[in-house]
Ligand binder design. Sequence first.
Ligand code: S3P
Length: 424
Amino acid sequence: MRITRARAFGGRTRVPGDKSVSHRALIFGAISRGETRVSNLLGSADVLSTKDCLTRMGVEFAEDGSLIRVKGRGLRGLLAPSRELDCGNSGTTMRVMMGLLAGQDFDSRLIGDESLSRRPMKRAAEPLRRMGAEIELSGGDFAPVTIHGRSLRGIEHELKVASAQVKTALLMAGLYASGETRLRGAVGSRDHTERMLPYFGVKLAKSAEGITLSPGQELRATDVVVPGDPSSAAFWMAAACMVLGGSAQVEGISLNPTRTGFLQVLRRMGALVEEELTTAEPEPVGNVRVSAPAGLRGVEVVAEEVPSLIDEIPMLAVVASQAEGRTVVRGAEELRVKETDRIEAVAKNLRAMGVQLETFEDGYAIEGPQPLRGAKIETFLDHRIAMAFSIAGLVADGTTEIDSPGCVAISYPEFYPTLKALAR
Ligand code: S3P
């Protein structure tokens, strides 16, 4: 894929369904009683991995126009898979499945691609083991993951990493445990699970201290409308701010406060960000218009806000290179264990484009503005690196070449056609 400088950028667009909400809608639907109808489900490779794992456990899906019907098997209705469950590139699939499978009355084995097989799984396995789970990890931390289904007990657990995947895995296991599951500590990650479970009839108590779930609750099927993915919209917002005279209006995206960190940071950088809320529950959803008529200035991003823009931090690095002054991101060490080491990938590719930056174990510092020059981009097969540097190409001199553009299908299959429609 070759990208050259855009003379203009703008327009109105919708983005595909939110990846996190899509995974959860399928999984919760699968263990519900009745039929869950999901609209605007993201049709990307990661979500397909979740759907395939569930299919192997006897869950049936029917496509009905733009709706997906999930035929729920009830809390205890999953069938033993006849072979291993392939989670592909998807960390959410693997970690949430670990929680779902730990308390079943059958054994299972989860595998993933090369990238996923290098990502840490102990963070989910360890607390699950405290609940009584029997989980074997390769090399003590990695996939393949072998799970021997056991009866579980609820625990009180202090989350050390602000990971929504781990939080969701523990809540899934909690549904199958005897006694309450209480999560404390770093519970401030994206909260789609806590928002959605009550719509499936599950009672859970949320407070400033944490989340408490009682076990044995049967889920009742419901309808889920998946909002547009704000992490996909972020690429268009970034382009709108960087291309001279650019603007973007993205409609129907999740405005869940645990996901809008990038919008807040763009605002602090001087962008004009207008939000119009159209739906409040279960997920706040609305339209967002972004432009940066007065240019952007550098900002500091601190650890507390990192979870609310974790997937947008690669894109932010490119934006920072075009802003006036210093941008510093700290407290983002989680980037090291995403689909690739995203701090390294960002640094390598920005440097290839002629940008000087400093990296830390937990972030980066970039003094802007610095001109970008077209370069060969190494995506490391990471969808968000491919998309962030495609957007960089719009404001670079010469041609930017993306080595494996196909990896955008992990979260945003329509990314390049949409880029062609918005950039001129
Ligand atoms: C996700 C949680 C985040 C995020 C990922 C999706 C989820 O990961 O980066 O893209 O759906 O729960 P962590 O839970 O590892 O922070």
